[in-house]
Design a protein around this ligand. Structure first.
Ligand code: NAD
Length: 492
């Protein structure tokens, strides 16, 4: 497959942000750099937005919401979203190269996400014409008929992390546009480029000015003013639990609605009867995919004691065989971590694992030989002999690190798997249908995968229990988070 050189990328050139249909600079005139995490090279500079820029973007989104966008009929929004999806499909390689260059996602994996992202856009396009209320016979008075209406909530502030810029943007913009809302998207300062490309493609598809605005800046300077803004009706946030908590506090001024997709420390349970051929690669990639920088990483691996040693040995061999390098090489399976800061953080956990007595059976170090020296590479790592109280078993690492823990009974493993403040996802490997259903019921997680991992469907809600957040993305119920329900009563 030919790799298309994306517009404005890779050469360090300056890009502007997108507000009210125009490409603009920050009011302060300040900029910041974004780097390729595989090479350390500056690939672009972008505006460093602040409060004034957020004001401007929210005003643009409000004008569009009250003006041209409010006149779009549901079937017109549907047609537009389908056009956007088609345009994304035509530019898919460009989108993939942008993600690979800006945040390190291996290109093979980025390409493989096409169905997931385009499917999401097309699913929401379909939902644009399926938003309807109910008629309800008044239960107290026979001469009043009631009905409900679903109305768009208004201006949505969307704040996303760096680990999946394309998917995260689409998961926010898709439902917002399907329901008739407008958006101010604040990408992560670590990976702002693909959201700008997305804005460009949306404008090209004919999305009216101000309906989608992309403001580049840091969390403190641009994210916080967006979360606080009295003119924003809803914040949809994906990121760490700590930032989610500060967003909830910041949103209190106008009691805007908030939905949160936060961190995780997800358990994967491998039962004694599991198909090991299938379980080993899936369990490994549940964490190693995207170098562990995935919210659903199955980083606590509970293995039935009778197969524990064999499973860990196979897992270690699998980890050692993964191809690591610049994600732009189609052969690469494991790319870099996003930044030197993230690298240091992960190295801290590697040290903590060894200091607390875990046994290193694969990886465990930064990779700095040859071309890897310029990037933020860590070897896929497996620790065994981990106990439930060690930091590597309790804290979200966001790096390619698996902690293997043996278990004896299902009751015990359910208790231990649920013993975490998080509740985003869980995995189960078993050939027994009863065990599969029982564990799926008892695990406290928003998604449970049996004999697979990572499966996503636009029609199936995704989100967290406990401190992994609230609200769902995907599925019909998700759209309610972008809608107000109005009750109308008519005397007849
Ligand atoms: P982060 O919380 O540091 O940043 C996320 C976004 O919030 C960025 O755009 C950042 O600029 C912004 N931000 C930071 N401080 C802010 C503030 N005070 N007010 C408003 N915005 C602010 O997260 P990250 O390091 O970019 O991403 C990693 C985290 O995201 C992990 O914890 C991971 O589990 C989580 N995540 C969750 C999901 C999910 O669906 N549950 C998906 C991907 C990532």
């Amino acid at each position: 497959m030919t790799i298309i050189q994306p517009r404005h990328l890779l050469d360090g050139s300056h890009r502007r942000m997108f507000i009210g249909g125009a490409w603009v600079e920050a009011a302060s005139g300040e900029t910041f750099e974004t780097r390729n995490p595989a090479t350390g090279t500056v690939i672009a500079t972008v505006p460093r937005a602040g409060k004034k820029d957020i004001e401007r973007a929210v005003a643009a989104a409000r004008n569009a919401f009250d003006g041209p966008w409010s006149r779009f009929k549901p079937h017109e929004r549907q047609k537009l979203l389908l056009k956007v999806a088609d345009l994304f499909e035509r530019h898919w390689e460009e989108i993939c190269v942008s993600d690979t260059t800006d945040m390190g996602l291996p290109i093979a994996r980025a390409r493989g996400n096409a169905n997931r992202v385009l499917g999401m856009l097309r699913y929401y396009a379909g939902m644009a014409t399926a938003l309807h209320g109910q008629t309800i016979d008044n239960s107290l008075s026979g001469d009043i008929i009631s009905y409900t209406r679903k109305e768009p909530i208004g201006v949505v502030g969307a704040i996303i992390p760096w680990n999946a810029p394309t998917a995260a943007s689409v998961w926010k913009i898709g439902p917002a546009l399907a329901t008739g809302c407008t958006v101010v998207l604040k990408p992560s300062e670590e990976a702002p480029l693909t959201p700008l490309l997305i804005a460009e493609l949306m404008a090209e598809a004919g999305v009216p000015d101000g309906v989608v605005n992309v403001v580049t800046g840091t969390g403190a300077e641009a994210g916080a003013p967006l979360a606080e803004h009295m003119g924003v009706d809803k914040i949809v946030f994906t990121g760490s639990t700590a930032t989610g908590q500060s967003i909830v506090r910041a949103s209190a001024g106008n009691l805007k609605r908030v939905s949160l997709e936060l961190g995780g420390k997800s358990p994967v349970i491998v039962c004694a009867d599991a198909d090991l051929e299938r379980a080993v690669p899936v369990a490994a990639m549940s964490v190693f995919a995207n170098s562990g920088q995935i919210c659903i990483a199955g980083s606590r691996l509970f293995v039935a004691r009778s197969i524990h040693d064999e499973f860990v040995a196979r897992l270690a061999a699998y980890a050692a065989g993964l191809r690591i390098g610049d994600g732009i090489d189609p052969e690469t399976e494991i790319g870099p971590l996003i930044s030197p800061r993230q690298l240091q953080r992960v190295e801290g956990y590697l040290r903590a694992g060894s200091e607390e007595g875990a046994r290193l059976v694969a990886g465990g170090t930064r990779l700095s030989r040859g071309a890897l020296a310029a990037g933020n590479f860590v070897a896929p790592t497996v620790f065994s002999g981990v106990t439930d109280t060690m930091r590597i078993a309790r804290e979200e690492i966001f790096g390619p690190v698996i902690s293997a823990l043996p278990f004896d009974t299902l009751d015990e493993v359910v208790r231990r798997a649920n013993d975490t403040p998080y509740g985003l996802a869980a995995g189960v490997f078993t050939r027994d249908l009863t065990t599969a259903h029982q564990l799926s019921r008892r695990l406290q997680a928003g998604s449970v995968w049996v004999n697979t991992y990572h499966a996503i469907d636009p029609a199936v809600p995704f989100g967290g229990y406990k401190m992994s957040g609230y609200g769902r993305e995907g599925g019909a119920e998700h759209l309610d988070e972008y809608l107000n329900t109005k009750g109308v009563f008519i005397r007849i």
